[in-house]
Design a protein. Structure first.
Lengths: 857, 344
C-alpha cells in the first residue's frame, strides 16, 4: 500500500527522518519496500542504508508555485499560447507553452481566479518532456516562434510526479503551503506545495488493520510513542430524518453482520477539492467526482469501503413502496452487470446487495451499473457495511474480480468501522457538494462483534521471549498500541481495540498474540540472543539419508556429475520411453489440477525422463555426458490419497570414454555397455553390496541385447544398458554415440548396504601368477567360465581376472577365447611349482568337462 | 696368446674410454665381458696352451678380467651421472600445455549447500527429518493454522492435484506436524530437527522465482525454548555459514504457524553492508523466516502449549547458493547444463 507522508502527518507527528521511520516500520513488521520522493531531497541517516534515489529534486529557488493570470494567443503560432505567470516576482512572466489544457482560456482576457501551476525558471533542472528516453535538461532562454521565452509551466512528467504529459499540471484552487499550513503564495518553493514522500508498505495478511493511512498512522504513533489524531466523525445533520426513507433487511447475518445507511439530500456533483484529488492520485486512484472520490478517500483513509447509491434511482425501482435494501445469497441462475461492465453469473456463496426489484451490487466487492452515481444525482444514499472476510475472499476468487473494497474486506474489517465510515463519508460529501444530511443513521447490526479480552500472565512473556518485563512495562508497551490494560498483580487484563481482529479470544493464543505485540513494539533487536538451555533430545541417526549421501559420494568418485531435475513431466513424455506405446495411461500418475505449463502437468514415474531431458539440453554443445540423479518418483496407490514416493538412482553416460585432449594418441572411443557396467560394479563395490547376479533385462526402454538386470537373492535392484534405438530416436538423440542408462530402486539397493563389512588381512606369502586361455562356444557366458574356474580353483586360487576376449583365426567359428590371469596363493606357506601345476590342471580339466572348453595352445 | 690378451686389454680399455652412453656401455660389456665376449672366448682357448703356460696365462687373464670389470664399473658410474645430468638439463617440456583431462564427478550445488547446512545444524544438535512431497491440504495448511479460504493462504500459490485435498507441498512446514507426531511421544519429548525437502509453488518461472525449490526448515521443541534461543541459535548458524563477523537482523513478520514471527537478515557479505547490487543497496540479505511455534500448531502436534514451546525457521538452499556464488538466474538449478554444474 502507498502511504504519502504528507497524509500520514495528518494523524501523527513525525519528528524523525523518513528513512529512519521506514527502518523502524520495517523492523516492526510493516516492511517498507520502497521510498519514492516527489521533488524533495533524499535524506541520509547514519547507519541506515537505502538505495540512492535518482529522482528529480525541485530547486527551491527555480521551481516554484506560479499563478497564471491570463492566457494570450501566440502571434505566430496557432498551437502555442503565452501564459502570463505570477511567480512572486515584480512582473508577470510571459511564458510560451503548447499545453492543450490552457487553450480554453486563450484570449478571454485576465482570469477572474488564477490557474495555479508549477513554474520552472531559467536554469532549473526538469525531465525533458521532448526526449523519448528519460533524461534531465536545464532550462535555457530560447525564443519560441519569435517570442522570447526563458521559463516554463510544467507537466507532471517534467516534474517526475507521473507519466502525464498531455498538458501542464493545473490547479483550479489555491493550494496550501504544507510548511505553514497557510494558502501558498505565488513564488512559494514547489517543494513546500507538492513535494512529498511516498512509502510503499508491504502488508502481510495479518496487517489488515494497516490497509489505510490511519491504520499505518496508528502503528507509527506506537513506534514513535506519539499521540494519534483521529479524524472527526461528527456530522452536521439538518434535514428531515432518514426514518421511513429506506429500510434494511439482512438475511445472512453470518455473511453480513452489519449494514448502515445515511442520506444526503440536494447535493451537487462536481470535482473534489484539489487536495483530495491529489491524495487520491498519490495512492493510485483516479479522481472522478466529489461523491465517488469520497467513497474512495474513506476506503484509503480509514479502511472502511463505502458505496454510494443514487437514491432517486432506488426510489424509482421501489415504486410506491419504501426502498428496501436486502442482503442475501443469489437465487439459482441470477446475474448482475457490475461497474466493470461484466455480466456475471452469480455463484451460490456470492453475497448480494439487492432491493425488491433485483440485484444492486456484489456486497463488499463491486457495485452494479444501474444505481450508480451520475452527473445529475442530487440525493445520495451512502452505504457502509460489514462482510465476512472469508466469504469475500472466496467470492473475489470465484468471480475473478479484485477491487480495493474487496481486498480490504477479504483481509478483515471490524463492524465498528462501518458506522465511523458512513458518518465521516456523508459529512465530507456534504462539505464538498453541499446539501443536507438527513437526521439519523439506519444501522442494522444483527451480529454485534464481542469485545475481545485477554488475560496475560507476565511470566508467560518471559517464558516465550526469554526476556523479563515487569507488568508495568508490558502495560506501557501495549497501551502504545491503544490496548486497554488493567494490571492486577502479575496479570494484565487486556481489552483489545475493535480494529485489532488479529488478536484471538482464545486464552492461550490470545496471550501469544499479545506477547508478539510486546516484542514488536519493544523491538526484536532488544531481545537477547541466548544458547538453548533446554534438555537435548535423544539423538538419532538418519540412516536412510546417510546411505543416500554415500551413494552420491560413490557416484561422484566414479566421475559422474549429479543433476537435479524438475519432478514434473507429462504421461505423454514418459510414454516416449516405451517404443511403440500408442496409448498413455493417466490413471497411475499424480496429475496437477492447475499446471503452470502443459509440459509439467504430472509427477514423474522414472528418473530416465529427467536424465534424458538433461541429455537433450546438453547435447546441443557437448558429446560427453556422465550424469546421475537421485530423487523420488511418485506412484499412485490404489485406495490411498497420497502416492508412494520411492527413491531412485538414475545414470546416463554417453560420448567419448576419455576427455578430449590435445594429444592425438588418446582414444575417442564412445562408451558402451561395459563402461556402464563398470560404473554399476563400482557403485556396488562402493556400497559394499556383494553377491549380485546379472540377467538379461526386459526393460522396454533398453536395447534387448545390450542390457542387463541386476538381481540380489532373486530380487531385482534395477536395469541398465544401452538406450533402445527407438527411444533415442523419440528424443532425437539418435545418430550420435549410444546412450547408456540405468535406473535403480534406491530403497532396495540401500537396504542391502552392509555397514559393518569385513576386511581381509594382507597376505604374508608370495603369490604365483599364471595365465589361462580357454576356447568356449559363443553360448557360454563369461560368468559361467569364471564361476567354473573359481569353483575348481578352491582355496588356493585367490583371483581370476578376465584380460582378453578373442574371436577369429585360429579360433573356430562360433567360438571365442577367454583369457584369465589367475593368482595362486596359500595363506600359510609358499606354494611349490608342483602344487600350482596340480590346481591349474584341475581347473583346465573341470572347464573341459563342464563347459566343453579347450585349452588354447 | 698372452700378447693377444694384452692387446685385448689395451683395446678394450681404449674403447671404454670412448663410451659415453648407457647403450654403448651395454654393448661394450656384452662384447668384452659377456658370455660370448672377447675375454671369455680368449679364455676358452686356454686348453690349446702348453701346460706350463696355462697357469700364468690364467692368472693374467683373471687380472685383465678384473681390471676390465673395475674399469667398466667406474665408467658406468660416470656415464650414468652424465646421462642424469643431461636429462635434468635437457629434458624440459612445455609446462604450459593443458593437462590431460579426466572425467571429474561432482555434486549438484543444491546438494552441496544442503550438506553444508546439515553439518552446521548437526553440530548444534539438529538432525534430519524428511517427509513427503505430495501432501494433504490438511497437513500443509489446516494443521499449520491456515484454515481453508483464510487470506493467509494467499501467501502460497499452490499446485493442486486432481485428487481433492491433495497438493504438492508449498513449504517443508507440514513436516513440523509430522515430526511432532512421530518423534514427540504424544507431546512428552523434546525435538530438535531440520526438515529439508523439495517444495512447489504455482509461480511463474523467472530468473528470480521457481516453481520447484528446496527448503530447509528447523524445529526445536522443549519445555524451555524461547525467542532469545531462536535468536542465539540462528546467529550462531549465520556465523558458521556466512563468516564469523556476520551481523544478523531480526524483523517482525507474519507466518500463520509461528508467533512471534520474524524475517532474518544477514549483513550483506558481498559488500560488507555498504550496499551493492545483490543486496539491492540495502546492506541486508534476507536468509530465513522464523518464529516461535504457534500454540495451535503445538496443539496439533500433540503438545500442551502452556507447558511446551518451540521455535521454527525456514531457509532456501538455492537462494543461499545464489548469494554465495553470485548466481543471477535461479533457472540454472534444474536446467542441469553441464557448463553450470561443472563450475561447482
Amino acid at each position: 500500500m502507498e502511504i504519502p507522508v504528507s497524509w500520514l502527518k495528518e494523524y501523527v507527528d513525525i519528528d524523525v527522518p523518513v528513512e529512519l521511520l521506514a527502518e523502524k516500520m520495517t523492523v516492526a513488521g510493516l516492511e517498507v519496500g520502497a521510498i519514492t520522493y516527489l521533488g524533495v531531497p533524499q535524506g541520509f541517516v547514519e547507519g541506515i542504508r537505502w538505495p540512492v534515489s535518482e529522482h528529480l529534486v525541485w530547486d527551491r529557488e527555480k521551481i516554484v508555485l506560479g499563478a497564471i493570470r491570463e492566457v494570450q494567443p501566440h502571434p505566430n503560432a496557432d498551437r502555442l499560447v503565452i501564459a502570463l505567470v505570477d511567480y512572486g516576482g515584480a512582473e508577470l512572466e510571459a511564458t510560451v507553452t503548447g499545453a492543450p489544457n490552457l487553450f480554453p482560456y486563450k484570449g478571454v482576457g485576465p482570469l477572474q481566479s488564477p490557474l495555479w501551476t508549477p513554474f520552472a525558471k531559467e536554469g532549473a533542472e526538469v525531465w525533458d518532456g521532448h526526449s523519448e528516453v528519460r533524461k534531465r535538461m536545464i532550462l535555457k532562454e530560447k525564443p519560441l516562434r519569435g517570442i522570447p521565452n526563458r521559463c516554463m509551466v510544467c507537466s507532471e512528467y517534467e516534474l517526475g510526479i507521473s507519466d502525464e504529459h498531455e498538458g501542464i499540471l493545473l490547479m483550479q484552487q489555491q493550494p496550501t503551503n504544507t510548511v505553514t499550513g497557510q494558502p501558498a503564495a505565488p513564488g512559494t518553493p514547489l517543494q513546500d506545495v507538492l513535494g512529498d514522500i511516498i512509502l510503499t508498505v508491504e502488508l502481510t495478511p495479518n496487517l489488515a488493520r494497516c490497509f489505510s493511512v490511519l491504520g499505518v498512522a496508528r502503528e507509527v504513533a506506537a513506534l514513535l510513542d506519539k499521540p494519534l489524531r483521529q479524524p472527526s466523525h461528527e456530522v452536521l445533520m439538518e434535514g428531515a430524518g432518514i426514518a421511513g426513507e429506506v429500510e434494511i433487511e439482512i438475511r445472512e447475518p453470518e455473511l453480513n453482520p452489519r449494514f448502515t445507511l445515511m442520506l444526503l439530500r440536494g447535493t451537487t456533483i462536481q470535482p473534489s477539492p484539489e487536495w483530495l484529488q491529489r491524495r487520491l492520485k498519490l495512492v493510485g486512484q483516479r479522481p472522478i467526482n466529489n461523491i465517488v472520490d469520497v467513497t474512495n478517500y474513506i476506503t484509503f483513509e480509514i479502511g472502511q469501503p463505502l458505496h454510494a447509491f443514487d437514491y432517486d434511482k432506488l426510489k424509482a425501482r421501489a415504486g410506491s413502496a419504501t426502498p428496501t435494501i436486502i442482503t442475501r445469497l443469489p437465487t439459482p441462475g441470477e446475474t448482475l452487470e457490475t461497474l466493470d461492465e461484466v455480466q456475471r453469473t452469480l455463484e451460490p456463496h456470492n453475497i448480494l446487495v439487492c432491493d425488491r426489484a433485483g440485484v444492486l451490487s456484489m456486497g463488499g466487492i463491486i457495485g452494479g451499473a444501474e444505481t450508480e452515481i451520475s452527473d445529475t444525482t442530487t440525493n445520495v444514499l451512502l452505504e457502509a457495511a460489514n462482510w465476512n472476510f472469508i466469504n469475500i475472499r472466496r467470492s473475489m476468487q470465484s468471480q475473478k474480480v479484485f477491487t480495493d473494497a474487496g481486498t480490504r474486506f477479504s483481509r478483515g474489517v471490524h463492524p465498528s468501522q462501518a458506522l465511523l465510515g458512513v458518518q465521516r463519508g456523508i459529512e465530507l460529501m456534504r462539505q464538498f457538494g453541499g446539501g443536507q444530511v438527513a437526521q439519523g443513521v439506519v444501522d442494522v447490526y444483527p451480529l454485534p462483534a464481542p469485545t475481545v479480552q485477554v488475560d496475560l500472565r507476565v511470566a508467560e512473556v518471559e517464558r516465550i521471549l526469554g526476556m523479563s518485563f515487569s507488568a508495568a512495562e508490558c502495560a506501557a508497551l501495549l497501551r502504545r498500541l491503544s490496548f486497554g490494560v488493567d494490571v492486577e498483580g502479575d496479570v494484565l487484563h487486556v481489552t483489545v481495540p475493535d480494529y485489532r481482529m488479529d488478536i484471538s479470544s482464545d486464552p492461550i493464543t490470545g496471550q501469544a498474540d499479545l506477547i508478539e505485540e510486546i516484542a514488536r513494539v519493544h523491538g526484536y533487536n532488544q531481545i537477547p540472543a541466548t544458547i538453548i538451555a533446554d534438555m537435548m533430545p535423544a539423538q538419532r541417526a538418519n540412516v536412510e539419508l546417510e546411505r543416500e549421501e554415500l551413494a552420491r559420494d560413490v557416484m561422484v568418485a566414479l566421475g559422474l556429475r549429479e543433476t537435479i531435475s524438475y519432478r514434473l513431466t507429462t504421461p505423454e513424455r514418459e510414454a516416449m520411453l516405451t517404443p511403440g506405446a500408442n496409448s498413455t495411461s493417466h490413471e497411475t500418475y499424480v496429475e496437477l489440477a492447475n499446471p503452470l505449463m502443459a509440459e509439467r502437468s504430472a509427477l514423474r514415474h522414472t528418473l530416465l525422463i529427467s536424465l534424458l531431458e538433461s541429455a537433450v539440453a546438453n547435447a546441443r554443445y557437448t558429446t560427453q555426458q556422465q550424469l546421475f540423479e537421485i530423487g523420488n518418483v511418485y506412484l499412485k496407490r490404489e485406495g490411498e490419497a497420497l502416492p508412494d514416493e520411492p527413491r531412485r538412482l538414475g545414470i546416463l553416460i554417453t560420448g567419448p570414454r576419455r576427455v578430449e585432449s590435445w594429444q592425438q594418441d588418446e582414444s575417442n572411443t564412445p562408451v558402451d555397455f561395459y563402461d556402464l557396467k563398470g560404473v554399476v560394479d563400482g557403485l556396488l563395490r562402493g556400497l559394499h553390496i556383494g553377491g549380485v547376479s546379472y540377467a538379461r533385462s526386459t526393460h522396454p526402454s533398453l536395447h534387448p541385447g545390450r542390457s542387463a538386470q541386476v538381481l540380489l537373492n532373486g530380487r531385482a535392484l534395477g536395469d541398465f544398458g544401452e538406450l533402445h534405438p527407438l527411444v533415442a530416436q523419440n528424443f532425437e538423440l539418435n545418430g550420435g554415440a549410444p546412450l547408456l542408462v540405468a535406473e535403480f530402486d534406491l530403497d532396495a539397493l540401500l537396504e542391502r548396504v552392509e555397514p559393518n563389512y569385513g576386511v581381509l588381512p594382507l597376505p604374508t606369502t608370495p603369490p604365483v601368477y599364471q595365465d589361462i586361455a580357454l576356447v568356449v562356444g559363443e553360448e557360454t557366458t563369461a560368468a559361467a567360465v569364471e564361476a567354473t574356474i573359481i569353483k575348481a580353483g578352491g582355496n588356493m586360487l585367490k583371483g581370476a581376472r578376465l584380460f582378453d576376449v578373442y574371436r577369429g583365426e585360429p579360433i573356430p567359428a562360433g567360438h571365442k577365447s577367454l583369457a584369465y590371469s589367475l593368482v595362486y596363493q596359500a595363506d600359510d606357506r609358499t606354494l611349490t611349482d608342483g602344487e600350482v601345476a596340480k590346481v591349474h590342471q584341475k581347473i583346465v580339466k573341470t572347464c573341459e568337462r563342464e563347459l566343453g572348453a579347450k585349452l588354447r595352445a | 696368446m698372452l700378447e693377444q690378451l694384452e692387446k685385448l686389454y689395451q683395446d678394450a680399455m681404449a674403447e671404454l674410454e670412448a663410451v659415453t652412453s648407457s647403450e654403448a656401455l651395454r654393448e661394450w660389456d656384452s662384447r668384452t665381458l659377456g658370455q660370448k665376449g672377447a675375454v671369455t672366448l680368449l679364455l676358452r682357448g686356454i686348453g690349446g696352451l702348453p701346460k706350463e703356460e696355462r697357469a700364468d696365462f690364467g692368472k693374467r687373464a683373471n687380472e685383465v678380467k678384473l681390471a676390465l670389470a673395475e674399469a667398466f664399473a667406474a665408467r658406468e658410474t660416470l656415464v650414468r651421472e652424465h646421462e642424469l645430468a643431461r636429462d635434468l638439463e635437457e629434458g624440459q617440456i612445455d609446462v604450459t600445455l593443458p593437462g590431460r583431462g579426466r572425467a571429474v564427478g561432482g555434486l549438484h550445488p543444491s546438494t552441496q549447500t544442503l550438506r553444508e547446512l546439515y553439518h552446521i545444524w548437526a553440530d548444534m544438535g539438529f538432525q534430519v527429518y524428511r517427509s513427503r512431497d505430495v501432501e494433504s491440504d490438511e497437513m500443509n495448511f489446516t494443521l499449520l493454522n491456515i484454515p481453508e479460504h483464510h487470506p493467509a493462504r494467499d501467501m502460497w500459490d499452490t499446485f493442486h492435484t486432481t485428487t481433492p485435498g491433495v497438493i504438492l507441498r508449498t513449504h517443508t512446514s507440514p513436516g513440523q506436524v509430522r515430526a511432532m507426531r512421530e518423534l514427540g511421544g504424544d507431546g512428552s519429548q523434546p525435538i530438535r530437527v531440520i526438515l529439508p525437502g523439495m517444495c512447489y509453488r504455482y509461480e511463474q518461472v523467472t530468473t528470480r522465482s521457481e516453481m520447484q525449490f528446496h527448503q530447509l526448515e528447523g524445529l526445536a521443541i522443549g519445555r524451555n525454548i524461547r525467542m532469545s534461543d531462536l535468536k542465539g541459535t540462528v546467529t550462531e548458524f549465520a556465523r558458521r555459514m556466512f563468516g564469523a563477523n556476520a551481523a544478523v537482523r531480526f524483523r517482525a513478520s507474519y507466518f500463520p504457524f509461528t508467533e512471534p514471527s520474524m524475517e532474518i537478515d544477514v549483513e550483506c557479505f558481498l559488500c560488507g553492508g555498504s550496499g551493492c547490487r545483490v543486496c539491492k543497496y540495502a546492506g541486508w540479505l534476507e536468509i530465513a523466516g522464523a518464529g516461535m511455534v504457534h500454540p495451535t500448531v503445538l496443539r496439533n502436534g500433540g503438545y500442551d502449549p502452556s507447558q511446551w514451546s518451540g521455535f521454527a525457521f525456514g531457509m532456501g538452499p538455492e537462494r543461499m547458493a545464489m548469494l554465495k556464488h553470485g548466481i543471477t538466474d535461479i533457472r540454472y538449478f534444474w536446467g542441469n547444463d553441464l557448463r553450470f554444474l561443472e563450475q561447482f
